[in-house]
Design a protein around this ligand. Structure first.
Ligand SMILES: [Zn+2]
Length: 467
């Protein structure tokens, strides 16, 4: 066997040497460089809503995949309004006799204004052990790492036992029209058994940089918004009456504030609480352990519901978020409206939640409106094959790290895939401290050290699931 050093690594050399276990080890650094090159280019294209640049970035990836040896017929650039989705199929030999596995991430980013940032958000900048740039974590990292991993497998001559589909959406941060198009119009292109989404979840580091846990979002609460309106004939404010639209609305709001939706628990949330308990310790940890054992434990419920970061995992929540009312300072209000945003526990349902709110308020004269079209999706099952593969991929870098299934509070691409029957698991290969989390915010960053970790993880997961 030839002795080759990492310095000599590269795709061309790799092709010349043919495929061997030794050679595949040598390929890793080349594809790490490839991932960073694609990340750098991706950051430079301002794929913000309204700029219409997502198709341009999708076209760049089309070229990258062609150069990496993917057949043109397996690459689909799908224009959707002024954005686009991209689907690339990595053909397998079908020996597994199973439907494809889908990988997903999104090409668009939240707006970043250069004048507000310390560095240009649309240039990948490496500084003090970090990469900075808009999308460097959310979610161009996921796109570049998934693409590079597929290119590496292709270069190694790997033939999966089932097809692998990469489906990139183009407006996850806003309307998700491209995701909806993938889930419905182009469902034949994403006929997957399940989806692995590289956007969210992932590894947590403590402030000393030690890994504490790895989260896999396996369910999502349903995001629904209602408007509640009180109306009145109004009149002159110098002639006040007992009935008043603002008063009716205020009384209804007080009842909503005082109400708590029933406690809910699933296999997923119980597993989440039982595993998180040992990480947080103390009274909170105890409450989590007790809740995991017995979700009707009143003391545990009180502790968990007093904490904003855990309350949502115990049931549906609804919060008034906007108010408008009246039309003149010297007139009795003819109408008053409150907006109520709900995060509905899987299985509870939008209609049931609205019915419950009406019951709590107990005023038939109020009018209710459901905004947009809430997408309901079931929790995805905790599949052992998927969680084992994730654990092995993570443990290659961080042995024994707890892998924790989690319910996200919504709303991401996963809900559209789940809603058409594709179980979805969301996790990125990013390991990051809470204090370095700036996704959607200023000076978004990822530690440079997380790039090889993420690549090693995805490579391991895909090999295990499709060998
Ligand atoms: Zn994202």
């Amino acid at each position: 066997m030839l002795k080759i050093t990492p310095v000599l690594s590269g795709i061309i050399l790799f092709y010349q040497l043919g495929i061997s276990a030794h050679a595949s080890q040598t390929a890793a650094p080349a594809f790490q460089e490839k991932a960073i090159e694609m990340l750098r280019h991706s950051i430079s294209v301002r794929t913000v809503e309204g700029h219409g640049l997502v198709p341009q970035l999708a076209q760049y990836y089309v070229e990258q995949f062609k150069q990496a040896g993917f057949a043109a017929e397996d690459i689909h650039l799908l224009p959707v309004a002024d954005t686009a989705a991209l689907v690339v199929r990595y053909k397998g030999n079908g020996s597994a006799g199973k439907k494809p596995i889908m990988l997903s991430a999104h090409l668009d980013v939240v707006e970043a204004l250069p004048e507000d940032w310390e560095r240009d958000p649309y240039t990948l900048i490496e500084e003090n052990g970090y990469y900075f740039g808009r999308g460097v974590s959310d979610n161009k990292f996921g796109v570049a790492v998934l693409a590079s991993t597929l290119m590496r497998l292709k270069a190694e001559g790997f033939v999966p036992s089932r097809d692998i589909i990469l489906a990139l959406s183009g407006d996850e941060e806003t309307l998700m029209l491209s995701t909806i198009a993938l889930a419905h119009q182009y469902c034949d292109l994403i006929d997957a058994e399940y989806a692995l989404i590289a956007d969210g979840g992932g590894g947590q580091l403590d402030e000393n940089g030690l890994a504490t846990s790895f989260t896999v979002d396996s369910a999502e609460k349903t995001y629904a918004t209602f408007e509640m309106t009180a109306t009145n004939t109004g009149g002159h404010s110098s002639l006040p009456r007992q009935d008043n639209a603002i008063r009716d609305l205020a009384e209804a709001l007080n009842k909503i504030f005082a109400y708590q939706f029933p406690v809910e628990a699933t296999e997923l949330t119980r597993s989440y609480f039982s595993q998180t308990a040992s990480l947080v310790g103390g009274d909170l940890g105890k409450a989590m352990t007790n809740f995991a054992k017995d979700p009707s434990d009143k003391k545990a419920i009180t502790v968990l519901r007093s904490m904003p970061e855990y309350a949502g995992s115990t049931g549906t929540t609804c919060v008034p978020t906007l108010l408008k009312g009246g039309h003149a300072e010297n007139a009795l209000p003819q109408s008053a409206t409150a907006t109520i945003n709900c995060r509905i526990f899987p299985g509870v349902g939008v209609a049931n939640t609205l019915a419950q709110l009406k019951k709590v308020v107990g005023n038939d004269k109020l009018q209710w409106l459901t905004l947009d079209e809430p997408i309901e999706s079931d929790a995805s099952p905790i599949r052992q094959d998927v969680f084992n593969a994730i654990a092995n991929g993570v443990h290659a870098s961080y042995p024994d790290l707890p892998i924790i299934p989690h319910m996200a509070s919504g709303a991401s691409d996963g809900m559209h895939f789940r809603s058409v029957g594709i179980p979805s698991y969301t996790f990125s290969g990013i390991f990051i401290k809470a204090s370095d989390q700036f996704a959607h915010g200023l000076n978004e960053r990822v530690p440079t050290a997380t790039v090889p970790v993420a690549l090693k993880m995805w490579y391991s997961i895909l090999k295990e699931l499709t060998e």
